[in-house]
Design a protein. Structure first.
Length: 256
């Protein structure tokens, strides 16, 4: 479903060039819930954002559903992007639109007719359990509810892939659990392939079947979590697995 071939990203700033991702190869199969984990600054978000070309790779190919996105025209890319939904740590909802209007917005952009838009919004708000909040504005919602709206909006155009950038990092543990269950349900009902960036192994262990461990822009190793026992070779992979809540990661990251 998704293949990254020798993908690198260099940022050019006033301070000079900085290589955030180096020659990464990754293969995500249809139906996977695929985690990307590592310390802060490892390049996880950069990698995720290259999958819908929010960041354009400096080198390499990004192949989604058989198409090399790096070779598409802007128009073709806009169309393909509709099949790739995305959610973020801080939700990014439109504050001047209601819950229903936030979800509908994605359908307006794809020029879907009004009747179909409204039916789809109803269905999605039902799936994320927010029918009663359709007319509320985002400022009146909890963090978990805001993420549910963002998920409904990301699913509006029936994407094949959902990219999740630290989707639970701004949420308390109980809300995190409910959002992760929702993502799992969406993966099952809609057969959406999910890629999820996180710094917490607990999140990965709860819903992912595979995880890529990243450090300093490199893929350190890939773990198949369905295997028992899980085979872990890298030191970083062992730390992450032994410390599912990421406490030690945060301590070590603060120390270095
Ligand atoms: N637009 C940019 N311009 C310059 N440098 C950037 C840019 N975006 C990210 N970086 C740098 O690239 C590196 C990787 O950043 P990235 O956000 O991908 O890491 P991450 O693993 O997602 O970490 P975090 O969880 O802290 O966001 C960091 O050192 C960051 O400062």
């Amino acid at each position: 479903m998704i293949r990254l071939e020798n993908v690198s990203k260099t940022y050019f700033t006033e301070k000079g060039a900085f290589q955030a991702v180096t020659a990464m190869n990754l293969s995500v199969e249809e139906g996977d819930i695929y985690g990307i984990i590592g310390f802060s600054g490892a390049g996880k978000s950069t990698l995720l954002r290259m999958i819908n070309l929010l960041e354009r790779p400096t080198h390499g190919k990004v192949i989604v559903d058989g198409k090399d996105l790096t070779s598409l025209s802007p128009r073709e890319l806009r169309r393909v992007r509709q099949s790739i939904g995305m959610i973020f740590q801080h939700f990014h909802l439109l504050s001047n639109r209601t819950v229903a209007e936030n979800v509908e917005f994605a359908l307006e952009i794809s020029k879907i007719g009004k009747k179909e838009r409204q039916e789809r919004v109803q269905e999605l708000l039902h799936v994320v359990g927010l029918e009663s909040k359709a007319s509320s504005y985002p400022s009146r919602l909890s963090g978990g509810q805001k993420q549910r709206v963002a998920i409904a909006r990301a699913l509006a155009n029936r994407p094949k892939v959902l990219l999740c950038d630290e989707p639970t990092s701004a949420l308390d543990p109980q809300t995190t659990t409910s959002i992760l269950s929702l993502l799992q349900e969406i993966n099952r009902i809609y057969k959406v392939t999910i890629l999820l960036v996180t710094h917490e192994m607990e999140v990965v262990k709860t819903i992912c079947n595979k995880v890529a461990v990243m450090e300093n822009g490199h893929l350190i190793e890939e773990l198949h979590l369905a295997d028992k026992p899980i085979s872990v070779k890298s030191y970083l992979g062992q730390i992450l697995l032994a410390d599912p809540n990421g406490k030690r990661i945060r301590e070590e990251a603060a120390y270095v």
